[in-house]
Ligand binder design. Sequence first.
Ligand SMILES: C[S@@+](CC[C@H](N)C(=O)[O-])C[C@H]1O[C@@H](n2cnc3c(N)ncnc32)[C@H](O)[C@@H]1O
Length: 271
Amino acid sequence: MSAPRGPGHPDPFSPGDTVLLVDRKDRRYMVTLQAGGRFHYHAGILEHDALIGCPEGVTVRSSGRSALLALRPTAADWTVKAPRGAQVVYPKDQAMIVALADLGPGATVVEAGAGSGALTCALLRAVGPTGAVTSFEIRDEHADVAERNVEARCGGRPPNWRLRRGDVADGVDGESCDRLVLDLLDPAAVVKSGADALRPGGILVAYTPTVTQVVRLHEALVADGRWGLRHTTETLVRGWHVEGQSVRPDHRMVAHTAFLTTARRLAAPTR
Ligand SMILES: C[S@@+](CC[C@H](N)C(=O)[O-])C[C@H]1O[C@@H](n2cnc3c(N)ncnc32)[C@H](O)[C@@H]1O
């Protein structure tokens, strides 16, 4: 298996390609093309064969004469459309996590929990083939979903990804990493073992939906004594409606999802 072809790939659509279909009202559907396959939705049926051989960016019509624009999905489309077990980290926060963790090729990341594998895919992409990601997941049914989503997104099991089924608090201190990325109910419980795993200078990023989690996390970081540069942010992204003279903020936005807390692992002080 090879990784799915991304936006702008020069080849026309072929069987096995995953395609994003967008209707007139901006409703989005993701389908994997099969010769002779059919996509059924409220406006009729689209024969997969109508897309096979067409260039990306083509508009085709369903049996009900409704237009569908066909594009290769972006990483953000995969995040929103992929099957999920646990709630996923949305693209706006994925992007900030990659930036705040200063993730780049070659980084070694420990992540918990894997959930639906959405953030895992962003981490794997950021560290590239020379980096490595180890993901902990305590619930088997979530680990199964993460495994399926990562394999679909990467076109097979990435050799630089390890999925560890179990409690991160029990296993992380045996790891060695330069980034620690936490999206679980109680990140404060991972501060001590996480500090054992993270090399001095390394970066912790924790995604927590509530203020009480943020407070507990900061208290745990202070109490542990091996952390500096503690900081918490929130990312709000507001779309704009731009149509002729009607230029204004969208009425709706995804506002609060979670707080992002970062901290740096300190070395022991010199005498
Ligand atoms: C909100 S989900 C993570 C979603 C994931 N970041 C994504 O984008 O798909 C939180 C996950 O953490 C897992 N979890 C909670 N406590 C854990 C622990 N102590 N060790 C490992 N996994 C844990 C839960 O089972 C759940 O699947």
